[in-house]
Design a protein around this ligand. Structure first.
Ligand code: NAD
Length: 545
């Protein structure tokens, strides 16, 4: 059942954001639906509506005001919202997702107007299935769920984390054309340990410390099982869970249901694509690259694991592949002699003397690439960058921490610190930098290159699983779409303006794997590319009568 299956009339139509076209209702529709008199008389085309709205967005004083304006537009007219976002994706993506979404989460209580998505709370134990019944759409194909414990690099934001599933699903639609009506953002509110937030008058979540231990696990189990029953074809994407829970949930469910964790697997694929493309500039193939990660959390270990998977596929023995990946965490280099290592770090604990910090590790290991996934800004210091530049003609510097304020270094710092030789990409966008007369265009290692296409491929094939093979294929596909022009500008990812094309190409690869591995739950279409294209939502008005 979709909103449009309700035969609504009059003001009810205008108040339904799925049905509403605002001033674009034609004269015939106005007569047939009882809208005459409820709208200003001029009938506008969608293009005319866009021309009226765009200056409204651009005229706002700050990104967070633009964000609120766009949310309000979505609440009125979903079709027009997506037309605007898709036509101006490069401009609006940083407003709808990182970096602005971080601020939107921090200020969620202040800017909240109208509820979107679902909240499942610690108080819902024993009745989660009942709660999910309240969602008005049955054919949900993509769920993004968070428990708000580790929002971007901003920490525990509790129920305010809802901005993330909402933003992410907006990107599924905008980047890969997954129908907005098949998307469902969910926040599991188990409380927050952020006491300032909890005590603030505007906080909208449960005002209690986080549920942990067996009670948390039971709630999550109940949730996942209820989702399977209510939405059997859905893909459940975990997002921004705390470190321990993210790894545990992925391990628990990855071989049993259609699920993935974008912080771990999506990030990994986009970083792997960046490494593949950088090797076209450095001449060093992945199998000869030594990688040094700052941060050994979800993003770092996820990237390491996918790099290893890709190398093993190339015929490199597992242990040799793992030795190409080195990690520095907050206690120094991850080495065998350390006794404080969590399980997910242990496979990268190599036999090496302890090394105290990143600079010493760069000098000691001479990595081809440093990959910042620590959530800690200003850690790729001038000394670290200078050491990278001493060791390699084209050092690869990926400062992936989000939002912008958390990036390990800025684009300018990366180019200045390496005499303009760095191959630089970041998690949040940086403007082009002109250094010593050359303009460098920093690439954005944006997960949006990967997860929407993966989701679309999973939906088209009705896959029962999302596998690492699919992410490795997505990384290869993305890297292959980087043009020589991109590389000449120093950009190791394609232009965001090509994102729908990228998503479609990834979806075809992912669906192919699903069909070949026996994971698909539908017949393979005769023309898979055409089926993928046909599945992509276009935000055009259709006749309401
Ligand atoms: P996480 O909390 O799981 O891991 C962070 C890791 O960094 C931990 O191992 C921690 O010990 C380590 N760390 C913290 N401070 C450090 C320091 N000063 N020196 C060395 N290590 C330090 O978080 P995560 O999910 O791995 O995300 C990390 C960062 O990566 C976040 O800022 C996130 O926004 C970013 N990220 C970017 C992308 C992208 O650009 N595509 C994708 C995912 C995550």
């Amino acid at each position: 059942m979709t909103a449009s299956s309700h035969p609504k009339r009059g003001a009810d139509v205008l108040h339904d954001p799925v049905l509403n076209k605002g001033t674009a209702f034609t004269d015939a529709e106005r007569d047939a639906l009882g809208l005459r008199g409820l709208l200003p008389p001029r009938v506008m085309s969608q293009d005319e509506q866009l021309a009226r709205i765009l200056p409204g967005v651009r005229g706002k004083d700050s990104p967070i005001e633009q964000y609120s304006y766009l949310v309000a537009l979505h609440d009125r007219n979903v079709t027009l919202f997506y037309r605007l976002v898709m036509d101006h994706l490069e401009e609006l993506m940083p407003v709808l997702y990182t970096p602005t979404v971080g601020q939107a989460c921090q200020e969620f209580g202040r800017i909240f107007r109208r509820s979107r998505g679902m909240y499942v709370t610690a108080d819902d134990r024993g009745r989660v299935a009942e709660v999910l019944e309240n969602w008005p759409v049955d054919d949900v194909r993509m769920i993004v769920v968070t428990d708000g414990e580790r929002i971007l690099g901003l920490g525990d934001l509790g129920a305010n984390g809802m901005g993330i599933p909402i933003g992410k699903l907006t990107l599924y639609t905008a980047c890969a054309g997954i129908s907005p009506h098949q998307c469902l953002p969910i926040t599991i509110d188990v409380g927050t340990d952020n006491t300032d937030l909890r005590e603030s008058h505007a906080y909208l979540g449960l005002r209690q410390p986080r549920l942990r231990g067996p009670a948390y696990d039971e709630l999550l189990d109940e949730f996942v099982e209820a989702v399977q029953k209510r939405f059997p074809l859905t893909c459940l994407q975990f997002e921004d869970f705390g470190n321990h829970n993210a790894f545990a949930l992925l391990e628990r469910w990855r071989d049993r249901i259609c699920t993935f964790n974008d912080d771990i697997q999506g990030t990994a694929a986009v970083a792997l694509a960046g490494l593949y493309s950088s090797s076209r500039l450095t001449g060093t193939p992945l199998k000869d690259m030594r990688l040094l990660f700052l941060g050994a959390g979800e993003a770092g270990i996820g990237i390491g694991d996918l790099v290893v998977e890709a190398l093993v596929e190339e015929g490199v023995p597992l242990e040799v592949a793992r030795k190409q990946c080195w990690f520095v965490d907050s206690k120094g280099l991850v080495v065998q002699s350390r006794t404080d290592l969590q399980e997910h770090k242990q496979r990268y604990a190599h036999d090496h003397a302890p090394v105290a910090d990143l600079l010493a590790a760069v000098e000691e290991l001479k990595p081809h690439a440093i990959i910042g996934v620590s959530g800690t800004p200003a850690t790729f210091t001038a000394q670290v960058l200078a050491a990278m530049a001493r060791n390699h003609a084209r050092p690869v510097v990926l400062a992936l921490s989000n939002p912008t304020s958390k990036a390990e270094c800025t684009a300018l710092q990366a180019y200045q610190g390496t005499d303009g030789r760095a191959i630089f990409a970041s998690g949040s966008p940086f403007a082009p930098v002109t250094y010593k007369g050359k303009t460098h265009v920093p690439g954005q290692g944006n997960n949006s290159y990967i997860f929407p296409g993966v989701g679309l491929g999973v939906i088209v094939s009705e896959s029962t699983r999302v596998t690492d093979e699919m992410f490795a294929a997505a990384a290869k596909t993305l890297a292959e779409m980087v043009t020589q022009d991109d590389l000449d500008m120093g950009r190791i990812f394609p232009s965001l303006s090509r994102i729908r094309e990228v998503s479609a190409a990834i979806a075809i690869e992912v669906a192919t794997i699903a069909f070949e591995r026996g994971l698909a739950r539908c017949e393979r279409p005769a023309d898979l590319a055409a089926a993928v294209a046909a599945a992509m939502y276009e935000p055009n008005y259709t006749s309401a009568i």
